[in-house]
Design a protein around this ligand. Structure first.
Ligand code: MN
Length: 435
């Protein structure tokens, strides 16, 4: 009996490509696609369907099947049309997947690696077995990698994904076709919604982030709402945007979030609302809620979910070398020499930050006796500081905007509790932090 290849509901390009790729590895297998596929995949299939060998599930004798190949997922609940296999005795299951989250499908063999796309793993195997890939197959496989890795720009992308891309281009993958099917449909409906929320939405500062909220009642099914929310964020030049869409007279509310800052993790935020997603994108579906309440919940989550992501307090150095405001300039000179630094923060008796004194300030010294004068006479009081709960991204932005290499970290009561330098933030961005 032929094996069956299947994949997850709301099939995306990676999932579709992986079924076609798997069919080359398991030539006599039949492909069973879920009923629900993503809109852009549907558009692709409407043109290419005959070129690929899909099977009508009704035409397959499912009773005789003793091997199942699952690609791009490892959870039963994400499959569709293969329920009869769930408790089948003697069924051999192979899994090809790139999701690190553990699923509930027991496999006798699996190829699971955390690469950007499942099709990357399959392409690697095809290459190893020297299987022929046609230009159209190469095009579909490339679309799979590009969609899941954001054209190799998402942090989940790996060298293996890039090698697979190179190989597929060599096999004549067509970038024009890839671009055409990956650029999502932005139509009249989406445009109307975008214009409406641009007009009625609100933009505000929450915990230092620019966040905007757009709300709308929608009728019927609208595709690609996520694209609208993403464009909304870009046009408003915000760190994050939320679309709160109600349907059927408030029976259902879908919340879609997009974030372009590491300080606002959409997957954490949406998980708190019962949904999920990635750090940059997430969504949740709520029943019978007031949009006002939803907005308020999101505000509270943003204000409260600081512990989730890396904060300045995780990166800063402390204790900080500092000097008292009434210390003499000659003491400063000695301290700078000893510590080999270019400047030190100045604090008052209560450890409150009052200024910063650096080598430059010594230029203001005219005669020797000036060295006996107190630091507060020479220090600069125009200081940029940062709060411990802010994100490394915010620190980097302040450093770039004001051209400063170090930021004192000041707690709510004005006490200086640490300092963060350019190299601390660089370490964070280059992932050199110890776990
Ligand atoms: Mn995938």
């Amino acid at each position: 009996m032929p094996p069956v290849i299947t994949t997850h509901k709301n099939t995306d390009f990676d999932a579709l490509a992986s079924t076609i790729g798997a069919k080359i590895l398991y030539p006599d297998a039949k492909i069973v696609l879920p009923k629900q596929v993503n809109p852009n995949v549907k558009a692709f299939l409407s043109i290419h369907k005959d070129l690929f060998d899909f099977d009508d599930p009704d035409q397959i004798d499912m009773d005789g099947v003793d091997q199942l190949i699952v690609v791009d997922t490892n959870k039963w609940e994400r499959l569709d049309g293969v329920e009869m296999f769930r408790d089948r005795k003697g069924l051999t299951v192979h899994i090809w997947d790139h999701h690190s989250i553990e699923g509930d499908i027991d496999s006798s063999w699996s190829c699971v690696e955390t690469v950007g796309a499942t099709i990357t793993l399959i392409v690697k195997q095809l290459q190893k077995e020297r299987k022929l890939i046609t230009p159209i197959q190469a095009t579909l496989f490339l679309a799979g990698i590009y969609e899941d890795t954001g054209n190799l720009s998402f942090p989940s992308s790996t060298a293996d994904d890039a090698y697979a891309v190179a190989y597929l281009l060599e096999r004549k993958a067509d970038l024009t076709v890839v671009g055409k099917f990956l650029s999502p449909a932005y139509g009249e409906k989406q445009k109307d919604i975008l214009f409406k929320i641009l007009k009625t939405g609100i933009r505000e500062k929450i915990r230092g982030f620019t966040v905007c909220f757009g709300r709308m009642e929608i009728k019927g099914h609208v595709q690609n709402l996520a694209l609208v929310v993403s464009m909304y964020k870009d046009i408003m030049n915000a760190d994050a945007s939320f679309g709160i869409f109600t349907t059927q007279n408030g029976k259902r509310t879908i919340i879609i979030g997009r974030s372009s800052t590491d300080g606002l993790d959409m997957s954490l935020l949406m998980r708190s609302l019962g949904g999920g997603g990635h750090p940059g994108a997430g969504s949740a579906l709520l029943k019978k809620v007031n949009p006002d309440t939803v907005e308020e919940m999101i505000r509270e989550l943003i204000n409260g979910n600081q512990q989730a992501s890396v904060q300045i307090s995780d990166l800063m150095s402390f204790p900080v070398v500092s000097i008292a405001a009434d210390a003499k300039m000659q003491e400063v000179a000695r301290l700078l020499r000893e510590k080999g630094c270019t400047g030190v923060p100045v604090v008052d008796k209560d450890e409150k930050l009052v200024g910063i004194i650096s080598r430059r300030d010594f230029k203001k010294i005219r005669r020797r006796s000036d060295l006996k004068k107190p630091v507060k006479a020479y220090m600069s009081t125009n200081i940029r500081t940062i709060e411990p709960g802010m994100s490394p991204g915010q620190a980097a932005r302040i450093m770039v905007r004001y051209d400063v290499g170090r930021l004192p970290v000041v707690a709510g009561d004005g006490r200086m509790i640490g300092i963060i330098t350019r190299s601390d933030t660089m370490l964070y961005f280059y992932d050199l932090l110890p776990d």
